[in-house]
Design a protein. Structure first.
Length: 185
């Protein structure tokens, strides 16, 4: 059962950043439904062949955050000019725990491997999400369900490493989920 948490989590930046890292690598976002704003790497980090449609997440992680709107009232939002995106603001880059950093490293290896594949003309998706990458390697069965494994052993090793590191990160996050009363123990 989800509860209203106490306010202690609001000052625990490591917990917040660990939760972000966990979320980035455990979701079902699919790029076919729109721009993938959840790519946690730059094109250079994963040797992408084309530019990503969005660099929101890497900008966010680096501290290049869009400032909040000035007002919460609808009429004010309509009539106030939008504050321009400022790449030179004073926000600090996010700092991740060792467990979260290990997840990013495993994810980067998987994304890099995906971008090295010899795609058939027209099938390369530079904006691939983790779900898209899994679908590419694992394929689907006759019923349309994603297969559990791939015939590509390198992929199986990389996704296995990512899953193991996600489990370790989840074990690190779990006590604080209860401490901050997001869930009852």
């Amino acid at each position: 059962q989800f509860l209203y948490p106490n306010k202690d989590w609001e000052t625990d930046k490591e917990f917040q950043n660990d939760c972000l890292a966990f979320t980035l690598f455990s979701n079902n976002i699919q790029s076919k439904y729109g721009t993938n704003h959840w790519i946690p790497f730059t094109e250079q980090e994963v040797n992408a062949r084309e530019k990503f449609e969005s660099n929101f997440m890497t900008d966010f992680i680096k501290g290049k955050q869009k400032p909040p709107s000035q007002s919460g009232y609808m009429l004010s939002i309509v009539f106030e000019p939008e504050v321009p995106y400022n790449n030179n603001n004073n926000a600090s880059p996010l700092e991740f725990s060792a467990a979260a950093t290990a997840v990013f490293e495993a994810g980067r290896a998987l994304w890099t491997y995906y971008h090295t594949q010899p795609f058939v003309t027209g099938t390369y998706n530079p904006n691939a999400s983790l779900y898209d990458i899994r679908e590419y390697f694992q394929g689907r069965n006759e019923a349309g369900k994603m297969n559990n494994k791939s015939s590509d052993e390198t992929y199986n090793q990389l996704i296995g490493t990512l899953r193991e590191r996600l489990k370790q990160l989840a074990q690190q996050i779990a006590p604080k989920v209860y401490l901050y009363r997001f869930l009852k123990s």
